[in-house]
Design a protein around this ligand. Structure first.
Ligand SMILES: Cc1cc2nc3c(=O)[nH]c(=O)nc-3n(C[C@H](O)[C@H](O)[C@H](O)COP(=O)(O)OP(=O)(O)OC[C@H]3O[C@@H](n4cnc5c(N)ncnc54)[C@H](O)[C@@H]3O)c2cc1C
Length: 425
């Protein structure tokens, strides 16, 4: 149902294109013929080509792309669609109701890994405009919202290159999608073509990296789709066990958005950001060329990929990072929740933050999520590299190698008493 095979549906797509076709326009300053002029009040914009625009590729072009990518081009149907009689998308009305599939979608909707495995879903569904959530009323409306229009489930480097070339040549909005974690919704986008990199799952360790820099120590090369818990699990099984810098959340990818945003995690106090540990990337740039980027080859690109912003400079196919000897560590997690008294809540946040330097100076990593939307919650995790007797009480679904950073006991908690004092009882 989701991600229906493209060939069966693109006739309808062509129809929608015919109905909504616009006349070509020329826009001063742009030589590309396929920019689309859009107006908003008195302002005009030269925009990319979206479903229904005169320049939207035709059936034959999509068929050709589909065969170039080994049949892995899909029309994107939102994951909630099986709960609705009809999905009203750029293809027109498509019958989608499937009771068993709807039950599955409803049961899994808040399951992170399940969302990650959808072809083009975002974990933060409000970026899709929430126009097709699971429902018990099949006659409700399900529309595309800001979900992408098409997805390439890339299996090879050549598939990624074909997707980049097609998007560039046809002026389509291109989105790279790994896990869908992006806090700003950048792994979804209305009317876009998505390249899904999740199937790039190779993990290779070495004890003696030989590359274009002075570093000769241990390293790991990971494919674009590898998640933190996967690489940490394998690293922990090595003799001796190894670790690498990852985000705190085990399901975030390690070669996609994380490194391009810097990438902080429980080991950052010791080894820096994930970007600081990067040794090399294989990356496909907008010209469709696969490049190596390291300290000597394409050093500007290497610099840009280490914190320059996700999806800004190319599609990373694989990344190599330093690994480090594992050491025992521990952590604590606590939530502070108040149903009222915002002043007291924010005073608690202030006091807690006042200890930040103290935590860091004592080798602690801290991540905090204050939320005042529905109730006042300060959710915080502290990690320390010292032995613990209790592993992973709150992250039980993760592998012990990850959870070693999430134990609860044996940790000095200088902040806890002032925090409690501030909260009264
Ligand atoms: C629950 C949760 C916990 C988090 N914890 C941490 C944390 O501890 N530390 C931290 O630093 N960050 C954390 N983040 C933020 C996270 O690192 C970023 O959202 C990151 O961009 C996710 O990358 P991704 O590739 O897994 O996800 P995606 O949403 O798939 O991609 C994110 C961005 O990267 C781009 N991108 C993905 N793959 C590629 C690729 N192969 N080549 C080029 N561009 C690509 C996408 O286009 C998008 O713009 C967390 C996010 C969530 C939701």
């Amino acid at each position: 149902m989701r991600g229906a095979v493209f060939s069966s549906l693109c006739g309808a797509l062509l129809l929608a294109q015919d109905v909504l076709a616009q006349q070509p326009v020329s826009v001063a300053g742009y030589s590309a013929p396929k920019w689309v002029l859009r107006r908003d009040g008195s302002s005009s914009y030269a925009c990319k080509c979206y479903p229904g625009d005169y320049c939207w590729p035709n059936n034959g072009q999509f068929q050709k792309l589909n065969s170039t990518v080994g049949g892995n081009l899909r029309v994107n149907i939102p994951p909630g669609a099986p709960c609705y009689n009809t999905f009203k998308g750029p293809l027109g009305d498509v019958k989608t109701y499937d009771a068993a599939e709807c039950a599955k979608v409803t049961a899994n909707w808040y399951d992170e890994q399940w969302q990650i495995e959808q072809p083009a879903a975002g974990l933060w569904t409000y970026f899709t405009n929430d126009t097709c959530r699971p429902t018990t009323n099949p006659s409700d409306s399900c529309t595309l919202g800001y979900y992408p229009a098409l997805v390439i489930m890339a299996k090879t480097t050549a598939h990624i290159q074909a997707g980049i070339n097609f998007a560039r040549d046809n002026n389509l909005r291109l989105i790279i999608r790994n896990t869908g974690h992006d806090f700003l919704g950048r792994s979804v986008g209305w009317g876009s073509l998505v390249i899904n990199t999740h199937s790039f799952q190779d993990i290779k360790f070495t004890n003696a990296w030989r590359g274009a820099c002075d570093y000769n120590g241990s390293a790991v090369t990971v494919g674009a789709g590898v998640q933190a818990f996967q690489v940490l699990k394998q690293a922990n099984a090595l003799n001796p066990p190894k670790v690498m810098v990852t985000g705190e959340c085990g399901t975030v990818g390690v070669a996609g958005g994380l490194v391009q945003g810097g990438g902080h995690g429980p080991l950052t106090n010791f080894y820096g950001f994930l970007a600081d540990t990067a040794l090399e990337f294989k990356v496909i740039t907008a010209d469709g060329v696969l490049k190596t980027a390291n300290a000597k080859i394409n050093p500007d690109l290497f610099w840009a990929l280490r914190g320059g912003g996700p999806a800004a400079f190319g599609v990373i196919v694989e990344a190599t990072y330093k690994t480090f000897d594992d050491k025992p560590s521990s952590g604590v997690s606590f939530d502070l929740a108040l149903s009222s008294n915002a002043t007291l809540f924010w005073e608690a946040v202030r006091i807690f933050h006042g200890y930040s330097t103290h935590f860091v100076d004592n080798g602690l990593y801290r991540s905090t999520l204050p939320s005042a939307l529905r109730r006042l919650v300060l959710s915080s995790h502290l990690h320390h590299r010292q032995p613990t007797t209790n592993h992973c009480r709150h992250h039980g679904r993760q592998h012990p190698a990850v959870c070693r950073h999430h134990g609860l006991d044996g940790l000095p908690m200088p902040a806890s008493q002032p925090l409690l004092d501030a909260l009264g009882s």
